[in-house]
Ligand binder design. Structure first.
Ligand code: AR6
Length: 170
């Protein structure tokens, strides 16, 4: 049920890919920039509508849009924490980001979902701890009855890929 790959999340043919967005939900750099670039303007259009309603996407929460021109049907946008040394509920917020995305996917009957390594780029979360939280949260979630059949962790650098393989004992 859990897989890890090293590659570009925008290329995956899955039901949903997760975006490591920011609270504006209107695009940015990193994987967020790559998803909006590859997915086209439909994603941004839906993000704007959502933001009109909710004002901003709180760290740890998640929303869903079309996948636009992506091979993925949907994009689930979540916001991880900015790493500020570890005393600002960063671990809790990261766990919430994964959990919110999983719950939303489940509600939408999404069967295959791919996650980037949320917060470990521009937001500076230590990679090893982030991977432990990501894997732990997904494993625990999948222990209960769910519509989700496959979760793919998509790494974009060798270090994260090595850490995930080690933690998943692959
Ligand atoms: N496919 C998969 N993973 C990727 C890709 C890609 N195409 N591009 C980057 N990554 P980051 P954050 C990896 O910085 O730390 C944005 O400006 C990257 O190597 O994208 O949560 C948002 O708007 C790293 O491992 O997200 C926010 O402002 C992981 O994705 C802020 O960055 C996450 O890195 C969010 O920062």
């Amino acid at each position: 049920m859990i897989k890890v790959i090293n590659g570009d999340i925008t290329k995956l043919t899955v039901d949903a890919i997760v975006n490591a967005a920011n609270s504006s939900c209107l695009g940015g750099g990193g994987v967020d920039g790559a998803i909006h670039k590859a997915g086209g303007p439909e994603i941004l259009k839906e993000c704007r509508k959502i933001i009109e309603k909710i004002r901003y996407l709180q760290p740890g929460n998640a929303v869903i849009t079309t996948g636009g021109n992506l091979p993925a049907k949907f994009v689930i946008h979540t916001v991880g924490p900015v790493w500020k040394g570890g005393n600002f509920r960063e671990e809790f917020i990261l766990k919430s980001a994964y959990l919110s995305a999983l719950k939303l996917a489940d509600q939408k009957n999404i069967k295959t979902i791919a996650f980037p390594n949320i917060s470990t780029g521009i937001f500076g979360f230590p990679k090893y701890i982030a991977a432990e939280i990501a894997i732990d949260t997904v494993r625990n979630y999948l222990k209960n009855p769910t519509n989700i059949e496959e979760v793919i962790f998509v790494c974009f650098d060798e270090e994260n890929y090595r850490i995930y393989k080690e933690l998943l004992a692959l």
